[in-house]
Design a protein around this ligand. Structure first.
Ligand code: ARG
Length: 478
């Protein structure tokens, strides 16, 4: 098949080149954005007098028809067309005749692909924000039921201080809030329109780039034509943000794996989100959290892959850049399903607060409270208080009980400086609720953190709704 660019070529492309060079098999994903861009470009060409009204109408109708045939699955993507831009352009000319050949005036595939890919990423940026908000909501719903459920808080994966399960979940949600904020920053930084930059240097047609930018829902046109066609920061921003999301998911996933083990038994994952072993009939494996943890690797891979592609590229467009898409498509697809299944997995798990409490009773979690009591109520310097507390812990260890289970007289017998009233502060409840400083684990503090995050979710949802249709392109549940 003769290529759209074959004028100066004497020989036909080798089939190996065709296979090697073509991006159509994956960049067809961008068809919707490509058509949006072409429609805006055609309208702009009519405004600057390159197309007359009839030509514009024919082109717009033709593009609409192509969109319908792609949507319905009738459209045949041919590797000979090389990429989605040429596939749509040649389909248009086939459909409406020579007028179709005018569409590519004052445009290059370089600014076309920069536009399409940017639009696609911005659309998914909003979608991923929605999925993160839904996950946060689910986490907070569980957290609000557990602001009093005591579990062992750990550092170094060793028992440290009693916290509530709700408090722990709020820590997760804080990670996802930052992910939403990061995507919001990416969106604002990259919401600029590269269309009209031409191949690299602008065009001699006086393209109305302000019109294009408005028509396509951007904040403004990009500043410099050369930068516009060579920049892929918007894709790297997305991959970094996706990597951070996966990092956060992997840490949550790891806790689900630990907590569902016999050793912890804090939770039981629903059968609907667990799998069995092919050989050991008794087993129920946490495959979902394990895969959530594992998928982190391929998303980091996509980030490192594109960073490597972009490194050292001379300005402006280089074909290397065609390697920017598959990693992003794959990362988005995987992160989106991870966010959905993480939510489903959390929603459906059973929570065993009694086991958490039992475990919190092992490890002298209120030892710090005893030291604080000695400082505050008994006028003992912290270093001495630490030492006396150590002795009480050793005594409890000898008896094989937790310090919160010692009687008041037993504790007071360890050191003369320990005053009456000590027993009450050693209970896990009192220890947890004593940590009522801003951001602490005390029940009302946890509740107020939940309230803050819920207000954030509401605000963000309203904001997302207000910008959702700006680019006339919306990702949704498939
Ligand atoms: N398929 C190309 C890509 O994805 C489109 C831009 C091609 N431009 C060019 N001058 N060869 O990057």
């Amino acid at each position: 098949m003769a290529k759209l660019w074959s004028g100066r070529f004497a020989l036909e492309s080798s089939s190996l080149l065709e296979e090697f060079n073509a991006s159509i098999l994956f960049d067809k994903t961008l068809w919707h954005e490509d058509i949006l861009g072409s429609k805006a470009h055609a309208k702009m060409l009519a405004r600057i007098g390159v197309l007359n009204a009839t030509e514009l109408e024919q082109i717009l109708k033709g593009l609409e028809q192509i969109a319908q045939s792609i949507e319905s699955g009738e459209f045949v993507f041919d590797i000979g067309d090389e990429d989605i831009h040429m596939a749509i352009e040649s389909a248009l000319t086939k459909l409406i005749g020579d007028v179709g050949k005018k569409l590519h005036t004052a445009r290059s595939r370089n600014d076309q692909v920069a536009l399409d890919f940017r639009l696609y990423i911005l659309k998914h940026n909003l979608y991923v924000q929605h999925l993160l908000l839904a996950l946060m909501e689910c986490i907070l719903d569980i957290a609000s039921q557990h602001t009093q459920s005591i579990m062992p808080g750990m550092t170094h994966l060793q028992h440290a201080q009693p916290i509530s399960f709700g408090f722990h979940l709020v820590a997760w949600a804080c990670n996802f809030r930052r992910d939403v904020q990061r995507l919001g920053d990416d969106y604002a930084r990259n919401n600029f329109c590269p269309l009209g930059s031409g191949a690299l240097a602008g065009t001699p047609y006086g393209n109305d780039r302000i019109y294009l930018s408005k028509e396509l829902g951007f904040s403004a046109p990009t500043l410099n034509a050369m930068d516009s066609v060579s920049d892929r920061d918007f894709a790297l921003d997305m991959l970094y943000s996706l990597s951070m999301i996966m990092l956060h998911i992997s840490r949550v996933a790891e806790e689900l794996v630990l907590w569902s083990s016999v050793e912890f038994k804090f939770i039981t994952l629903s059968d609907a989100y667990s799998t069995g072993s092919s050989i050991m009939p008794q087993k129920k494996n946490p495959d979902v959290p394990e895969l959530l943890r594992g998928k982190c690797g391929r998303v980091y891979g996509a980030l490192i892959g594109l960073l490597s592609v972009m490194k050292g590229l001379p300005f402006a467009y280089n074909k290397d850049t065609q390697e920017d898409k598959e990693g992003v498509f794959d990362a988005l697809k995987n992160v989106e399903i991870c966010l959905k299944i993480a939510k489903a997995c959390l929603e459906s798990m059973q929570i065993h607060t009694q086991n958490m409490y039992k475990m919190a009773k092992r490890g002298h979690l209120s030892a710090t409270d005893l030291a604080d009591f000695l400082v505050r109520e008994c006028n003992v310097a912290f270093r001495d208080a630490h030492h006396i507390t150590g002795k009480v812990v050793a005594y409890a260890e000898n008896r094989g009980v937790d310090i919160s289970d010692l009687s008041e007289s037993e504790i007071m017998a360890v050191d003369a400086r320990i005053k009456a009233g000590v027993k009450a502060i050693l209970s896990l409840e009192s220890s947890m609720n004593a940590r009522s400083s801003l951001g602490g684990t005390a029940s009302q503090q946890t509740q107020s953190q939940i309230d803050t995050l819920r207000a954030f979710i509401q605000e963000r949802k309203t904001f997302l709704d207000s910008i959702e249709s700006a680019h006339s392109t919306k990702a949704q549940d498939e």
